[in-house]
Design a protein around this ligand. Structure first.
Ligand SMILES: NC(=O)c1ccc[n+]([C@@H]2O[C@H](COP(=O)([O-])OP(=O)(O)OC[C@H]3O[C@@H](n4cnc5c(N)ncnc54)[C@H](O)[C@@H]3O)[C@@H](O)[C@H]2O)c1
Length: 112
């Protein structure tokens, strides 16, 4: 059975919910978590922690990245993850406007 490695960006309320749900499955494992707030990441073992998500998305030990930050940040993070060759799961809402949503769908490259 293939085990898919997951990275989570944003470890607030819903990031923790996803982590706990995936922990109960056999074919996925959370290998990495990034959050700008180091205090958000406590009491978790065997997971690599990052403050800067840009460092995390370079990891070869991740198949899929769950983007669980505030919606205004989704476009920049999602496009960078896809450019890094990762599958993405983006929490709803996808974006805060149609321009950002289209940029994600088209995998548009923009300056930050
Ligand atoms: N699918 C659902 O039913 C559902 C339910 C709740 C929330 N959500 C969505 O999930 C997302 C997060 O919601 P939440 O309630 O967990 O919010 P939250 O505020 O509890 O958590 C957000 C986390 O992201 C971190 N963060 C912010 N900017 C970051 C960055 N640049 N890099 C790394 N970490 C960063 C924050 O420090 C925080 O820990 C939102 O898009 C929300 O709409 C979806």
């Amino acid at each position: 059975m293939k085990v898919f490695n997951i990275g989570i960006i944003g470890f607030g309320g819903f990031g923790k919910f996803l982590f706990n749900a995936w922990n109960q499955l056999d074919n996925v494992q959370v290998t990495s978590i990034a959050d700008i707030n180091a205090a958000a990441i406590t009491g978790i073992e065997n997971v690599a922690f990052f403050i800067d998500w840009k460092d995390m998305i370079l990891s070869e030990n991740i198949d899929l990245i769950a983007i669980v930050t505030e919606p205004s940040t989704h476009q920049v993070i999602a496009n960078a993850c896809m450019r890094a060759g990762k599958h993405v799961l983006i929490e709803k809402p996808l974006a805060i406007n149609t321009s950002d949503a289209r940029a994600i769908i088209k995998q548009e490259i923009r300056q930050e």
